[in-house]
Write a protein that binds this ligand. Structure first.
Ligand SMILES: Nc1ncnc2c1ncn2[C@@H]1O[C@H](COP(=O)(O)OP(=O)(O)O)[C@@H](O)[C@H]1O
Ligand SMILES: [Mg+2]
Length: 431
């Protein structure tokens, strides 16, 4: 997450009652003026500011719902139109006063451009239209998913979104147990939550009592919010997309380019941006497919055994994301958490953490929960019940993890905290 809140833009959930996300792009003075004008308007949330063309292009990756752009950032109509064709949100463009009618028309022709102005924009007048356009786009993209959403009951709902990958490079450590129960708890707390399995054959149908299909392969045949809906099964209020039915389908996913519409990153992005989930939890396998999930997550939970071998494997997993996959994901180091699973007579949490820090050569991410080794956990899964409901000890132990990750309004990097400094390079804005 960088200081200007790009993260927040990426992560905005898309419930209709929430403010719409806005990218302001223009010279510093223009951004400052626009920002001041929009700040007090609860319908909008300025998630990023860009003061040059390259920066604006980079910040489109956060999928702002509205782009308010001063064309002065571009050398001329050609580069401007090129840029505009890449925008997915509603765009309002301010052209210089000397723009010719044909230049104005050229910009107006771009699909997502909803308004073109010359000289100045009266934001007070425009705000209502921008908001209506953004909501209309939101609704269009949600594609009628309302029927399966688990909307939070009451309250204003979360303003941020968690995409949580639960992972380690080891099998059998408790990834599935932790991810299913964390997701179940998120749904129980009222967050619209989607759990995605990536195993092959996936354990989720087995332990959650689901049918073999639909599953993630349904998404391949229809890679749209509708296709996503058709892939879902429900466990109480939790939506679940079960993983691969066999290794052949897993192999097919592995050979799918990440940019393809039916890729796993795109499935997760569709859930996050267009389907209205506030929490997406991915039960990631030890295979290379985990990178697909990590690349679009903002939170990582490493599940580890409380043994020296567990330390070694987990340090290795952390190095993978902090070194080898650096630049290929946007998980800040303070959004990596360790869960020690099956505590017993092996290493105590402090010993584990000390060993991990010493092996890594710097402080290892914190241990956020310690789950006891309890026969009731396995028994519940054998009976296709969620252990949370079957074991108080397990529920108590998992609580710190859920509390930390589901404080969505104040989560680091996702917060819309009352005072935050936006660094524009030249000026600093308090928002
Ligand atoms: N805390 C625990 N106490 C007892 N059994 C556990 C615990 N956590 C996981 N298990 C059992 O260990 C096995 C592996 O757990 P699982 O969550 O499937 O691991 P992974 O997904 O990492 O392969 C399962 O049979 C599960 O029931
Ligand atoms: Mg598993």
């Amino acid at each position: 997450m960088n200081a200007n809140g790009t993260w927040q833009g990426t992560l905005a959930s898309s419930n209709t009652h929430e403010s719409v996300t806005l990218l302001l792009a223009g010279p510093v003075a223009r951004c400052t003026a626009w920002h001041t004008a929009l700040q007090a308007d609860a319908r909008f949330r300025v998630t990023s500011l860009a003061t040059d063309a390259q920066d604006a292009r980079a910040k489109l990756s956060a999928h702002p719902e509205i782009l308010l752009l001063d064309a002065a950032l571009f050398a001329g109509p050609g580069p401007l139109v090129d840029f505009l064709t890449a925008v997915e949100g509603a765009v309002y463009v301010l052209l210089p006063p000397q723009a010719t009618p044909s230049e104005v028309e050229g910009v107006r022709q771009v699909e997502m451009v909803k308004g073109v102005f010359t000289g100045d924009i009266n934001l007070l007048e425009l705000a209502g239209r921008m908001y209506a356009d953004a909501l209309a786009l939101r609704q269009k993209r949600a594609g009628g998913l309302d029927a399966v959403w688990n909307r939070p009951t009451g309250g204003s709902g979360p303003v941020g979104l968690r995409v949580i990958t639960v992972w380690n490079q080891m099998g059998g450590v408790g990834k599935t147990t932790i991810s299913t129960n964390l997701a179940y708890e998120a749904a129980r707390r009222g967050f619209p939550t989607l759990l995605i399995g990536l195993g092959a054959p996936d354990d989720l149908p087995l332990i959650l009592g689901l049918k073999p299909s639909p599953n993630i392969t349904s998404w391949w045949t229809n890679s749209s919010p509708d296709g996503l809906r058709l892939s879902i099964q429900k466990v109480d209020t939790l939506d679940v997309i079960a993983g691969f039915p066999d290794v052949l389908s897993e192999a097919q996913a592995m050979s799918t380019p990440v940019e393809a519409p039916n890729s796993i990153p795109n499935l997760i992005k569709t859930a996050a941006h267009y389907a209205g989930y506030a929490v997406v939890v991915v039960d990631a396998p030890p295979t290379s497919l985990a990178a697909n999930a990590i690349s679009v997550s903002n939170t990582l939970v490493l599940v580890a055994r409380p043994s020296l071998e567990g330390v070694m494997r987990t340090v290795e997993a952390y190095r993978t994301i902090s070194e080898r996959l650096a630049g290929e994901h946007r998980i800040p180091s303070n959004a990596v958490h360790v869960v020690l699973n099956r505590m017993g007579d092996r290493l105590a949490a402090e010993e584990w953490h000390r060993a991990a820090s010493s092996m890594l050569g710097r402080s290892f991410p914190p241990i956020i929960a310690q789950i006891p080794d309890e026969a009731a956990i396995g028994h519940a899964q054998d009976q296709r019940r969620v252990p949370l409901a079957a074991s108080d000890g397990f529920a108590r132990a998992l609580k710190p993890l859920a509390d930390q990750l589901l404080q969505i309004n104040s989560a680091p990097g996702i917060a819309s905290s009352p005072k935050k400094t936006i660094n524009l390079g030249i000026v600093k804005l308090k928002v």
